[in-house]
Write a protein that binds this ligand. Structure first.
Ligand code: AMP
Ligand code: MG
Length: 440
């Protein structure tokens, strides 16, 4: 069941939920989303894109019984007793086809074979060259082999026509290898969802401006744009919204013309935090207006119905191009303005929505584990995602909190490479304990 609050007047009544409930609410809403538009791109341009077609095996994989070792193709029964001497009757290199009758293995015979070459007829194993000595036209074999050893039978990896990569899968290098191996030089992928990014705040100025003494540059629009891109979307950075209803509303309406709207700032309890009020005026539904997490507690998730968009002023219609085929709802996130909170809440909540809009099949959020290097003490009540540094080497990963000044400290976040996830009921976690990590 999907819970929602109606916003009949303006500001929604608060609905603060646990992290897990918040995440599941987002996932439930994401299930109903999909991307319809597709495009065909060159294979390498498909890296990081989401497949709109399944990739099928165009033939058996491997297409022949493929040797996995350099050595001799033999009949295992001939090596029941070792050492044994076999007559070498030929050689097959990778890329050569051993014509049956011309290059095949009769009883008492062997054929020299290289890794990647097809197994000659009647051979049923490959003995590694390391276990043999070539003497004139014979080979002495010191080790026996079992049938099937050191080659992969034709079709063992996949049969012709078998699905190798699902539609909805994001192409990584392994996916690229599969597409290449079946001869797909071009692949069909989903159009990237357009994600509007609106930063709010009277103190926020564009990054090429010289900030006044009480002003700060708009870093959030850029970190969010980078995260959007990373999640498979196309960021549309809109103007900075001042803490003033009219302009904020116009920018929200413009943003709702995209596939998803991300706002930062203006969702806390301050007198000039107007985002929820303005969304309320637009008849938004709010699924949550806070999550029991730190950083990022004031995060907001909701949607506006297509009806609300009909009132988009004429000058904004152009950027609302997705409207024609638009789903009934346009989703939005109000992310807190503190830069670290913005980044964390994006990863936890906005990312799965963008992935769904990009056509990706649902990805579960899983945390990795590492040993804690030094003790952590926190207050209970919130699930914490604290910037941390994962270090150590090989099997000995260890993690410790980055020293930071709170959720405005982007310098600390840039030094960190992960977040330690602290359950809401833990006051103290001792050095050496296993803790959960969210990589970034
Ligand atoms: P708010 O969520 O609007 O109360 O903002 C919380 C903190 O984040 C304040 O210190 C803001 O100045 C800062 N902040 C808000 N928006 C941005 C932004 N776009 N870039 C960098 N910092 C911001
Ligand atoms: Mg603000």
């Amino acid at each position: 069941m999907i819970l929602a609050m109606s916003a009949s007047s303006s500001a929604p009544s608060a609905r603060v939920v646990s992290f897990e409930v918040a995440r599941h609410l987002v996932e439930q809403h994401a299930v109903g989303l999909c991307s319809r538009d597709v495009e065909t791109v060159d294979l390498l341009a498909g890296l990081g894109r989401v497949l709109a077609e399944g990739i099928l095996a165009d033939r058996d994989f491997p297409p022949f019984d493929r040797a996995t070792r350099d050595g001799y193709a033999v009949r295992a029964a001939d090596l029941a007793e070792v050492p044994a001497r076999l007559e070498v009757v030929g050689e097959v290199k990778a890329g050569e086809w051993p014509e049956p009758g011309v290059c095949s293995v009769e009883r008492g015979q062997a054929v020299g074979i290289m890794t990647g070459a097809p197994l000659p007829a009647w051979a049923d194993a490959v003995v590694m060259v390391e276990h043999t000595s070539l003497i004139a036209k014979s080979v002495d074999v010191r080790c026996s082999v079992t049938r099937g050893e050191n080659f992969v039978p034709r079709g063992a990896e996949a049969r012709a026509g078998q699905l190798l990569l699902d539609r909805g899968r994001r192409l990584d290098h392994a996916g690229i290898a599969i597409a290449a191996s079946v001869g797909k030089s071009r692949v069909q992928v989903f159009r990237k969802p357009r994600v509007a990014v609106v930063s709010t705040g009277d103190e926020v100025v564009e990054i090429d401006a010289t900030p006044g003494p009480a002003q700060i540059r708009n870093s959030n629009s850029y970190s969010l744009a980078a995260q959007v891109q990373n999640a498979g979307g196309e960021a549309v950075r809109l103007a900075i919204a001042p803490d003033e209803r009219g302009r904020l509303r116009a920018l929200i309406e413009e943003g709702l013309g995209c596939d998803l709207l991300l706002l930062t700032g203006g969702v806390s309890m301050g007198k000039y935090d107007l985002v929820e009020q303005v969304l309320g005026e637009l008849k938004a539904e709010f699924y949550f207006t806070g999550a029991e997490i730190q950083p990022g507690r004031p995060v907001v998730f909701g949607s506006c119905s297509a009806g609300a968009l009909a009132r988009v002023p004429a000058e904004n219609k152009q950027s609302a191009r997705a409207e024609v085929s638009a789903p009934q709802k346009k989703y939005f996130f109000g992310l807190p303005g503190n830069p670290v909170s913005t980044m964390v809440t994006f990863e936890l909540f906005a990312r799965p929505m963008i992935e769904a809009l990009a056509g990706m099949t649902r990805q579960r959020l899983v945390f990795l584990r590492a040993r804690l290097k030094s003790e952590i003490r926190t207050k209970t009540g919130l699930k914490r995602f604290l910037p941390a540094v994962l270090s150590g080497e090989f099997e000995n990963a260890e993690v410790e909190l980055a020293r930071w000044q709170g959720s405005g400290d982007i310098a600390a976040l840039a030094r960190a490479n992960c977040y330690v996830v602290i359950p809401p009921d833990r006051e103290r976690i001792g050095a050496g304990e296993w803790v959960s990590l969210l990589m970034r």
